[in-house]
Design a binder for this molecule. Sequence first.
Ligand SMILES: Cc1cc2nc3c(=O)[nH]c(=O)nc-3n(C[C@H](O)[C@H](O)[C@H](O)COP(=O)(O)OP(=O)(O)OC[C@H]3O[C@@H](n4cnc5c(N)ncnc54)[C@H](O)[C@@H]3O)c2cc1C
Length: 434
Amino acid sequence: MVLNLAVGSFMSRNAGHASALVIGGGPAGLAAALALAAAGVPVTLAAGPHRPGGQDRDRRTAALFAGSVELLRNIGVWDDLEDQCAPLKAIQLIDDTGRLFRAPEVTFRAEEAGLDAFGYNVPNDALVTVLAARAAGTPGLTLHPTAGVRNVRISAGSVMADLAEGDVLSAPLVVAADGRNSIARDASGITVETWSYPQAAVVTWFTHQRAHDGISTEFHRTVGPFTTVPMPGRTSSLVWVEEPREAERIMALSEAEFRRAIEGRLKGLLGSVGEAGPRAMFPLSGLTPDVFGRNRVALVGESGHVIPPIGAQGLNLGLRDAATLADCVSEAIVEGRDPGGSAVLDRYSALRAPDVNGRITAVDILNRTLLSPYLPVHLLRGLGLHVLNLAGPLRRRIVREGVQPAAYVPVLMRSGGLDVVRAGRGAAAVASPA
Ligand SMILES: Cc1cc2nc3c(=O)[nH]c(=O)nc-3n(C[C@H](O)[C@H](O)[C@H](O)COP(=O)(O)OP(=O)(O)OC[C@H]3O[C@@H](n4cnc5c(N)ncnc54)[C@H](O)[C@@H]3O)c2cc1C
């Protein structure tokens, strides 16, 4: 078979004949390893304990759009997740700035984009658990548990990763899924621009008296959004953005005070608030790289982009990275090319840059127009949302584009994508968007 011969010519002794070594066992790294394996790319995953922000569990949920859910189906984890997730049927934006010029209320409905749901709200902890379980039992994927990769060294034909335990793994391609402080990215020479916002998000879940009807609501306030996202039953997850000092104060509230504070912000939207879950706090920041792949290293997930939690873009971008990289690497392997060579990385970078950079810019502008004290900025924001509120093709296009960029749909994010890669036509299918 062409595929096996091609893979064999890029075998690495240390990484157990893998063409790719994924570093990082967060949701993006696990999904990347499974997507590569599904696309027929032999892969090793070096994963340590996953403790985002140093916490024992990831208490966030991620609103994942239809393409991301399709990827989860194609890599075989959706059936184990679905009953812990809730469909997102509509997204409602409410101007809660109290300013003179307020934007109109805008509601986007999934049916406008021809969908039953925009996607699903997925608990991160459950997602990582099912992805890790799947990774442990996937042929072609070697799971290498480690306390961490300590050093990454790049030579002409391969990349070597020194593990905390003293082992050395190597492969022609390293997938840097080791988060925002990625050492694999640093080793590649890729540079990043980073910035912070005067904001922090408090996250939790809570139960409520009234049904959410599958609607996620973003209250846009002058300090940032206050967002509820449906979970199964009469439960919602909450992302409450505040100035860091106020966020610290909210973190320290008693449960009864916290429940009353949520009710106050919701203004009766979901009725009285019942139980509230444990809280976690995330300072908001941004990160963009100069390029998404260089010197045998491809950036996947937060090693390549950090974006404020507005519009639910972060992990959706990370999963599109994973599926796109699987297309690029499987294509190279089918054609007998070096999976970590510059042609693969240049193609990957060219495919990812417009999607990532466009969304980071849009979310940054939206966030800064909320924070801005200037009246003309408020007027512009209101005008923008008025335009969005008009029915018509522009609005439908914006709704569809928010969920999935039309320019390029990776094979594993298409319905039936797994059949395409199983038939060995992954590379041919890459050229033609769905
Ligand atoms: C408040 C909030 C709400 C959000 N809501 C949404 C949403 O609704 N929808 C959405 O799409 N996104 C959302 N996001 C974004 C989403 O949570 C992130 O994009 C996602 O969790 C990042 O996953 P990752 O795998 O890229 O990075 P991480 O989760 O940081 O994983 C990196 C992994 O690499 C490991 N690692 C690090 N260094 C090493 C090393 N040297 N060796 C080995 N392993 C290493 C770490 O231990 C970790 O397991 C939200 C973010 C925030 C802050």
